[in-house]
Design a protein around this ligand. Sequence first.
Ligand code: 4NP
Length: 156
Amino acid sequence: MTKILFVCLGNICRSPAAEAVFLKLVEAKGLSEHFEVDSAGTSAFHTGDNADPRMIEEARLRGISVPSISRQFVKKDFDIFDQIVVMDDSNFKNVTKLDPDKEHAHKVFKLTDYSSNSELNFVPDPYFGGQDGFGLVLDILEDCCQNLLTHLNKKN
Ligand code: 4NP
């Protein structure tokens, strides 16, 4: 069993969608027994909130349900999860700050490390932009999650 936590800033746009996209791929491949998936935000701005309605709608159009409720990333998550997958450098900094001895450094990486586009090095925050930003995020998530799952599946 591999436990994966997707992390962004608010846990209402990018990471809940990443969680949903990854889970859908896992289910489609009949691998549900091998993966546990969750998401969190480095901030507590939206703790207890549903995902952003713009992301819920954009994902729905692709047949993806995003049921996540926002929660903050906590130090204990390092003990629970095998892989902590962040969306950008700021998330990376905020997560690794909670692991000053770098005990869990090997678990933390950016999702775009698995992008098919080698020039893409973060998942852009769509929160302050228009609806098309949410579609772009989903395009990136679908590509990266597919590649990440293929990688993890080979490893196991
Ligand atoms: P997320 O997007 O990190 O992808 O969930 C954001 C959501 C909320 C805020 C910023 C980014 N905010 O400032 O409230």
